[in-house]
Design a protein around this ligand. Structure first.
Ligand code: PRP
Ligand code: MG
Ligand code: ZN
Length: 210
């Protein structure tokens, strides 16, 4: 039996479940159950906060995970990636209040920036010689400028509607991301065999979608 962690609710949840189903794996899911077993493959699915998934896979609590590269790189655990999945494409972007003038990233010098991605943003700014105060918050980052918590934000943008709905304008792309399959690096031979079977099926699903 191999354990796969996926996002409980959010941008990746539906696409992760569809991928598993398209791989021919059947399972019952209900909104309140955070763990389920597949009916026709030795697979257990855990429903977790996406930010927690890289750490759980690194520690072997879960054998496999489906996460955005944004979360994986922020956690500093890139070596866990085994397969790009081609869905949930998004970008990590800097945004400022719509009415605020903005010419270049230098305008952020000395400013307060709210983000859930201090590592990715920190290295982006450092490479450009910009020193800013980063305020790490775990969610609803887009609200920060309107409540006086920050001058700018750096968060995930997909359709752009969250920025629009909060009076923000996207000004820089910091990182581009898609969903990836990650795996613990010390899988037993038996689990490695199951991973190979899953990757084979996932690759076939991707080819069929093109
Ligand atoms: C991101 C971000 C916004 C939303 C933006 O959240 O924090 O809430 O997506 O999408 P939009 O441009 O289509 O409006 P994410 O799904 O990564 O969830 P999480 O931060 O709760 O993990
Ligand atoms: Mg998250
Ligand atoms: Zn500060």
């Amino acid at each position: 039996m191999i354990r796969l962690a996926i996002q409980k609710s959010g941008r990746l949840s539906e696409d992760s479940l569809s991928l598993i189903r398209e791989c021919g794996i059947g399972f019952l899911s209900s909104t309140f159950k955070l763990k389920t077993e597949a009916t026709n493959f030795p697979l257990e699915i855990l429903f977790l906060r996406d930010d927690d998934i890289p750490g759980y896979v690194q520690d072997g609590v879960a054998d496999l995970g489906i996460v955005g590269q944004n979360v994986l790189v922020e956690a500093g655990l890139m070596p866990l990636e085994v397969e790009p999945l081609g869905f949930s494409k998004c970008r990590l972007s800097l945004a400022v209040p719509r009415g605020q003038a903005y010419d270049s990233v230098n305008d952020l010098q000395g400013k307060n920036i709210a983000t859930s991605y201090p590592q990715l943003l920190g290295s982006y700014l450092a490479e450009r010689g910009v020193q800013a105060h980063l305020h790490t918050i775990s969610g609803s980052v887009e609200i920060a400028p309107s409540i006086g918590l920050a001058d700018a934000i750096c968060d995930i943008v997909s359709s752009g509607s969250t920025l629009l709905g909060n009076g923000l304008r996207e000004v820089e792309t910091v990182f581009r991301s898609e969903a990836v399959l990650i795996a613990n690096q010390n899988l037993s031979a038996e689990k490695q065999e199951l991973l190979d079977q899953l990757r084979f099926r996932m690759q076939a699903v991707r080819r069929a979608r093109r």
